[in-house]
Design a protein around this ligand. Structure first.
Ligand code: ZN
Ligand code: ZN
Length: 354
């Protein structure tokens, strides 16, 4: 049972942190540990056992999805019933539990101390198991197929919004649960914004277009960016494209088990800085991807920690030239004991899409 291995990892964290139990309220973490995909579920893992709480609306769904937990039907707000079961030192997710919910638990529970334990489940989620890796790889393949269709469908003369909505529709047609995030299509000067939203503006000839999209499959995300040309580029744009492409390659080469997260970031950042474009690469090199499209670990200049086999993360250097254009190239990779496997297969040679 998948959930069994995960709950055992929680058990060993409880011992390491001297906790009597862990209260899990964040829906993504509840899903990860129990398999429950509904919107109202809480789990409590303690030394006596594993409890899953939901309200009457989800009893049938929980019976199907949740294995290895004692299932308790609670009142709709769950916490009153959860509080009755809490005793000792209970870790809770301080990044996601509201102050009000915290007060309710403290008031309703008996001999119990709530200890901040935010990040405990997220840390376990950093190492993907075979089932997760298969879902992420399939989500990446699915988005690759949609990228191939984009190259045939063309860009020039369509609006960014039209292209983005079309790509979202194709992700669904290919079998995605949903797009992992709203598709980004940003042409010309708009491409210089890292989080550009597609506009109702026509894509012109001879410019650069940043496209960022991913699929969600079985709950797991993929994430891939390519920058296309819509014709002939001036020398500056072509140079920046090649700079980002070689930096992206250097970033990929630096990803391996045991590498410091900072070092991977530096490997891609150094060539960009050497070309005088350091100020135009204003974000980290990459982020973890799993049930959430942005999760741990992070590749940034100040990130602590090392990469481990089973991490799944993006490598996405960029150069954003305000008022002119942007180039970002993003691959999704899984860290292996001696390197990395690249899950995204779309060509990174500058591609002209008419
Ligand atoms: Zn992306
Ligand atoms: Zn990304």
């Amino acid at each position: 049972v998948v959930g069994e291995a995960r709950a055992e990892k929680v058990d060993s964290q409880l011992r390491a942190r001297d906790l009597d139990g862990l209260l899990v309220t964040h829906p993504v973490n509840v899903r990860y540990l129990t398999g429950f995909t509904g919107s109202n579920g809480v789990c409590l893992i303690n030394r006596e056992g594993r409890l899953f709480f939901t309200d009457f609306r989800y009893v049938e769904q929980a019976a199907e999805q949740v294995l290895g937990f004692e299932k308790i039907t609670a009142g709709r707000d769950l916490l009153g019933d959860v509080a009755k079961r809490l005793s000792g030192r209970i870790g809770f997710d301080d990044a996601h539990l509201s102050v009000r919910a915290h007060a309710r638990l403290t008031d309703a529970a008996g001999e119990m101390t709530l200890i901040p334990a935010g990040g405990l489940v997220e840390e376990i989620r950093e190492i993907k198991d075979a089932h997760e890796l298969a879902a992420i790889a399939e989500a990446a393949r699915l988005a690759d197929t949609v990228y191939e269709g984009l190259c045939e469908g063309g860009l020039t003369g369509r609006t960014e919004l039209e292209v983005a909505r079309d790509l979202e529709r194709r992700l669904l047609e290919e079998g995605a649960d949903e797009p992992a995030f709203p598709v980004i299509v940003a042409s010309g000067p708009h491409g210089a914004r890292p989080h550009a939203e597609p506009r109702d503006a026509e894509i012109t000839l001879n410019t650069l277009v940043v496209v960022d999209m991913g699929a969600r499959l079985d709950g797991y995300c993929s994430d891939c960016t390519r920058t296309f040309a819509t014709g002939r580029l001036n020398d500056r744009a072509a140079e920046v494209y090649e700079l980002v492409r070689s930096a992206q390659n250097a970033g990929l080469e630096a990803v391996r088990a045991g590498a410091a997260c900072q070092e991977a970031d530096a490997a891609a950042r150094e060539p960009i800085e050497a070309a005088g474009q350091g100020d135009n690469f204003g974000h980290g090199l990459g982020h973890g991807v799993g049930l959430e499209v942005h999760e741990a670990p992070r590749l940034t200049p100040t990130a602590q920690g090392q990469l481990e086999a089973g991490n799944v993360l993006t490598v996405e250097p960029a150069v954003y030239l305000p008022g002119a254009f942007g180039v970002r190239i993003e691959d999704l990779v899984v860290v292996t004991p001696d390197g990395r496997d690249v899950l995204t297969g779309v060509s990174k040679t500058l591609t002209v899409v008419g």
